[in-house]
Design a protein around this ligand. Sequence first.
Ligand SMILES: C[S@@+](CC[C@H](N)C(=O)[O-])C[C@H]1O[C@@H](n2cnc3c(N)ncnc32)[C@H](O)[C@@H]1O
Length: 222
Amino acid sequence: MLQPMSRTLLPETVERYVTREIAHETDVQRRLRAETAGMPHAGMQIGADQGALLALLVRLVSARRAIEIGTFTGYSALAVASALPADGKLICCDVSDEWTSVARRYWNEAGVAERIELRLAPATETLADLLKRGGGETFDMAFIDADKSNYDAYYESCLKLVRRGGVIALDNMLWSGKVADPDVHDEDTDALRALNAKISDDRRVDACLLTVGDGVMLARKR
Ligand SMILES: C[S@@+](CC[C@H](N)C(=O)[O-])C[C@H]1O[C@@H](n2cnc3c(N)ncnc32)[C@H](O)[C@@H]1O
């Protein structure tokens, strides 16, 4: 379900400092953010600081193959693909032709379109297809940022697809702070709260819930 979300829990001045003074966007990233800002659901786009984090992760694990679940207008994919080597590959999962057609324009402008394979289908289907075709343990990194009630299924599939030492990043794991309030119960909040608890006890990974943006759970496969 699409819900408006607060993208950050930081005070506005700190948020502005982190995203505008410290995180450096490219010209293409800035223009994509500006175009997306005029669209409905613009708040779904990740922040500049999160884009910088994703690019850093790509480089930290020397990623060549990555998966993204939830592409929207393409900002996070642009950050990941730009950090991949020229022969790297990013598989993007989304269901919206309308939103991802914006993404394609900016990927072309940035010269990274050839590194990106967009699959328009429910992500559970795309992930199952990748596994069926022998994709297990062939990816270095995964970024999960789509429908929250399916996050656990996405996490389990990504754990199979990512190699040992690879990383899985999950966005919105603080869900505007609602996961921390035991009195809040709705489908998405309950799903994310349960998944935070599961990952923090999961012996298959080393994990840390980062308070960047709306909360990024970072899990490294053991
Ligand atoms: C929060 S947005 C992604 C934002 C994006 N990562 C960015 O940086 O701008 C969530 C996206 O997930 C997609 N989505 C929702 N349900 C999906 C599903 N079942 N399978 C694949 N994509 C889905 C939506 O179409 C939407 O584009």
